[in-house]
Ligand binder design. Structure first.
Ligand SMILES: NC(=O)c1ccc[n+]([C@@H]2O[C@H](COP(=O)([O-])OP(=O)(O)OC[C@H]3O[C@@H](n4cnc5c(N)ncnc54)[C@H](O)[C@@H]3O)[C@@H](O)[C@H]2O)c1
Length: 453
């Protein structure tokens, strides 16, 4: 409801109540009228009425709750007034939440339509429900803004910088002023560079970090980052969007309802075979640390499966494929697809399949004790996929997963930003502890797959 309309209704209600519902003003008015006309009989009548009401009230011994209820039921004015007070307090609280903002420093924007950092920035600048809670204080782009490293800057990058002249773009974290405590650094550089950015952000005084998965190339680095964050009291969240995505939540709910359930997570990307060399080079941390890491984070978050609890790790050799590919004169060995089942000491088991060329649809299938599929949750579903396909067709330059996972990226950032404003923990968002467990599983799994295939 529009504020003015609300206030007008309140005012009218107030007038109406004053005139009609409360007996006291009516009595007073009546008394004044009869005084004017010097009608002694009417005065006596009015006084008798008042005395009767007082006597009635004396008779009724209300307990406090009844008295308050009676007061509100019989007195519309008080009810409206109370509603007004509640409205004003709520409005003030909302406004104070809106007026407080989280300062954002984004590190690793990358190229428009390609870089994860760019997509985060786009949402922070434009999405209702997010943009009003943040203030983008700076964007660090260490590659495209560094002429020593990038000899020919793509036009899409320079155009974006020109169109967003209100943003303070720099090539290095050190060029920025020290950060205030309400600063959230969103780090989306290349995985191998992110530990360095993480350290620089903490040195500059960041209070919060949203780190793109997997956070670091090795467990050792990520553990050191965790220690650094802990000792500086910095809260760290990871961009594991499958931890909050609805299709996973639905599968987890169904699995929890069964005595024994086995979940198969299938994670697909839509690369063409010919794009795999570039994909292997760009994600050189490998398929498990870059792609299946989302599912490994689910194992750590929801299934109590960590490296210490693994009892068996079975690889499907018929499905899995290891390739050695060259890109720009360098050779990369990685997997184009994998399928494995991991079981912990409590006999809980989960299967993970990842396929770089499997298309745009991923899913979680829930199997019962007999191995029968009892539920399959696809993402995107048929309707969403039709929309995504249209968007991909209309904008083939855009990384397709931005269309597919846009809501999840929004949800994660929004939970983190609102948690900073409210001083509470961001519910369901993976922490750096979960990230360490996921990365340990990725190192363990990569080792097993490399040895077996
Ligand atoms: N949560 C998700 O779904 C999701 C999806 C994609 C990426 N990511 C993560 O986001 C992070 C960034 O991934 P991305 O795909 O945006 O990476 P990207 O390589 O496109 O860009 C990241 C940064 O790499 C640098 N860079 C770009 N080209 C370079 C080159 N030729 N040589 C050296 N440096 C170069 C730039 O500084 C850029 O900001 C990674 O940690 C990745 O795992 C997450």
């Amino acid at each position: 409801m529009h504020k003015c309309t609300f206030h007008l209704i309140l005012l009218l209600s107030f007038v109406a109540c004053t005139l009609s519902s409360s007996p006291i003003p009516i009595l007073k008015r009546r008394k004044a009228e009869v005084n004017k006309e010097a009608d002694a009989a009417a005065i006596a009548e009015a006084e008798r009425l008042q005395a009767e009401m007082q006597a009635e009230a004396e008779k009724n011994k209300f307990i406090i709750g009844d008295a308050i209820a009676a007061l509100f039921c019989n007195n519309l004015f008080l009810t409206v007034f109370f509603a007004y007070v509640v409205y004003v307090v709520f409005d003030k609280l909302q406004n104070s939440l809106k007026s407080k903002k989280v300062d954002i420093i984004l590190i690793g924007m990358g190229l428009p339509k390609k870089g994860m950092g760019w997509y985060h920035l786009l949402q922070l600048l434009n999405e209702e429900g997010l943009k009003e809670y943040v203030d983008v204080k700076g964007v660090v782009e260490p590659f495209f803004l560094n002429s020593d490293l990038c000899k020919s800057v793509p036009a899409s990058f320079t155009d974006f910088v020109d169109e967003n002249s209100q943003i303070h773009f720099v090539k290095n974290v050190e060029e920025l002023d020290d950060f205030g405590p309400n600063t959230l650094c969103l780090i989306a550089g290349r995985t191998m560079d992110n530990p360095k950015f993480f350290k620089q952000c903490i040195e500059k005084g960041a209070g919060y970090i949203y780190l793109e998965k997997p956070g670091a190339s090795t467990v050792k680095e990520l553990e050191e980052m965790k220690e650094l964050a802990d000792s500086n009291n910095v809260k760290v969240y990871l961009g594991y969007n499958k931890n909050v995505t609805p299709y996973v939540q639905k599968a987890l709910k169904l699995a929890n309802q069964l005595d024994t359930a086995h979940v198969l997570f299938r994670h697909n990307n839509s690369y063409k075979k010919r794009d795999l060399p570039e994909c292997f080079a760009r994600n050189s941390e490998g398929m498990l640390k870059n792609m299946a890491i989302h599912e490994l984070a689910l194992l750590a978050s929801f299934f109590n499966i960590t490296v210490d609890s693994v009892a068996s790790f079975k690889i499907d050799k018929k499905i899995s494929e290891k390739l050695e590919l060259s890109y720009q004169g360098k050779s990369y060995t990685d997997f184009s697809k994998i399928l494995f089942t991991v079981t912990n000491k409590k006999k809980q088991s989960v299967s993970i399949m990842a396929d770089r060329c499997g298309g745009n649809v991923s899913y979680a299938a829930v199997l019962n004790r007999e191995g029968k599929e009892v539920g399959k949750f696809e993402f995107p579903d048929e309707d969403e996929l039709a929309k995504v396909n249209k968007m991909v067709e209309a904008d083939p330059e855009m990384m397709p997963y931005f269309f597919v996972q846009s809501d999840d990226y929004f949800e994660l950032k929004s939970r983190v930003v609102k948690s900073i404003l409210s001083g509470e923990v961001a519910e369901g968002v993976a922490t750096i502890e979960i990230a360490v467990d996921a990365l340990k599983l990725a190192e363990f799994g990569t080792d097993q797959l490399m040895k077996t295939l």
